[in-house]
Design a protein around this ligand. Structure first.
Ligand SMILES: [Cu+2]
Length: 475
């Protein structure tokens, strides 16, 4: 029987899944860092805050895959090894045999669960009702009653509408991320990685806001469990078209190493991650009845004989834009309609319009920004088209990192807004793009386990952020 991962808000009254989790977290914090299943080691696998390297385990830390089509399979393996380590600890403490990680479905309809956007209650307070320490609490933005400030647009599931796992061109990001090799931090997020994944990291803030501390917060694992579930949701929504990559480079060419519950190396490829019932001990999700395994090696699903067209540049900002204050406005000069090739093509107007924020570079941990558009001289209020999520931006901007340096590129489908603004038909309008900083609250201090050293501070430095270019593309 495979383990069943359940929604944290649907755990029945009296269920002890989170009590066992808290007790296991306390034990794992006390394990020496040299043990691969210790809390410190497992957290540093995602990103090392500032621990001196362990000579016996070269290349074990700073492994998390971002801005790549390995984002989902790597994190699936990471969650499974973590679940195995916690379950082992729960068993040793006298708990149930089949402990499974719950997930936090923050996108749930609030008429069904009014608390959905709030941190689950077990994670909210530093102390338990009996006055003892709560190891599920961690340094996060001040969140009275669990309200970390997650808004409906932050947890949008628009990513599930993406047709392809990986984009046909370098232009977009697809559902699962662009085709790359091993990528600790790269350039372009898959849509699920951008939102809700990155946005939720930023909104919780504190440890969760920085990749080098994120996995030390016990809520990290319930967040990623939900992202992993959404991968299953996406595939099940359209089993014919929503398929995992069939390319050998994704399936077999890159091997990742983590450690199992016995602290032994666990090597895996993406091919080992496609069927959840076969991932280590095996698991399923409560809301997804049967895992669908799409045969991996028979070649991709042909969508049609006609190759899609590369989107066409329709306008761009002049130079980089530094996002300094609470609000920054910039202009995109659109090409005159008569110079666009679309006017001569079979399609009189483009079918889709994209806003592309290119080479967004930053230092430290800058806030996220709401992105709004309107036309210069227009009296209507600007339209919100998305959230510029900055989780991991310092790593993606670091020229010394393996693949970093170019910063992040994020693409928003603004077709609806473009229609309302007559952007595709009007002759050479000036598009105004406004960035509004999402409010950050103070981070609350937390004691993970009394008597245990706090985490070393990652060297973040002062936060800054700059958008290399804003471009509008028609397709
Ligand atoms: Cu994450």
């Amino acid at each position: 029987m495979a383990r069943i991962r359940r929604s944290v808000y649907d755990l029945p009254a009296g269920d002890d899944t989170l009590d066992w989790y808290r007790r296991a977290v306390e034990v794992l914090w006390q394990e020496p860092i040299s043990r691969p299943t210790s809390w410190r080691f497992m957290g540093a696998v995602h990103g090392n805050p500032n621990f001196p390297p362990l000579p016996d385990f070269p290349g074990s830390w700073d492994q998390c895959q971002h801005q790549t089509w390995f984002f989902l399979p790597w994190h699936r393996g990471y969650l499974a090894t973590f679940e195995a380590a916690v379950a082992r600890t729960v068993r040793q403490l006298g708990g149930p045999d089949e402990w499974a990680l719950p997930y936090w479905n923050y996108s749930e309809d609030r008429t069904i669960n009014p608390e959905a956007r709030f941190l689950p209650p077990a994670f909210r307070e530093q102390t338990l009702p009996d006055g003892t320490n709560n190891a599920l609490f961690a340094p996060r933005q001040f969140a009275p009653g669990g309200d970390v400030g997650l808004r409906d647009q932050d947890v949008s599931l628009a990513a599930l509408n993406e047709f392809e796992f990986t984009p046909a061109f370098s232009f977009g990001s697809g559902f699962g991320g662009p085709r790359t090799g091993f990528s600790h931090f790269g350039q372009s997020n898959g849509e699920l990685e951008r939102a809700p994944h990155n946005v939720v990291h930023g909104r919780i803030g504190g440890w969760m806001g920085n990749p080098n501390t994120a996995a030390f917060d016990p809520i990290f694992w319930l967040h990623h469990c939900n992202i992993d579930r959404l991968w299953e949701e996406w595939r099940h929504a359209d089993p014919q078209q929503h398929t995992n990559p069939t390319d050998g480079l994704w399936l077999n060419d890159v091997t990742f190493r983590l450690h199992d519950a016995d602290d032994r190396p666990f090597d895996f490829t993406s091919a080992d991650m496609v069927d959840t019932t076969q991932v280590m001990h095996g698991y399923t999700y409560d809301t997804i009845p049967q895992p669908i395994v799409v045969a991996g090696l028979q070649g991709g699903t042909e969508m049609s004989g006609i190759p899609p067209l590369e989107p066409e540049l329709a306008g761009a900002s002049e130079g980089a834009i530094r996002l300094d204050g609470a609000r920054t406005t910039s202009r995109v000069v659109m090409q005159a309609a008569k110079t666009r090739s679309f006017t001569e093509s079979a399609l009189p107007t483009p079918e889709r319009t994209y806003l592309r924020l290119e080479n967004v570079v930053g230092k430290g941990v800058p806030a996220d920004f709401d992105v709004l558009v309107d036309l210069e001289g227009d009296s209507e209020p600007p339209l919100v088209v998305g959230v510029l999520a900055t989780f991991g931006i310092a790593k993606a901007s670091d020229p010394d990192a393996e693949h970093g340096g170019g910063g992040l590129t994020q693409v928003f489908d603004i077709t609806g807004a473009a229609e309302r603004l007559n952007l595709t038909t009007e002759d050479a309008p000036l598009l105004r793009v406004t960035f509004e900083r999402v409010e950050q609250r103070a981070v609350t201090e937390a004691t993970m386990v009394p008597g245990i050293d706090p985490l070393p501070e990652p060297a973040t430095g002062e936060a800054s952020i700059e958008v290399g270019r804003i471009a509008v593309y028609f397709e």
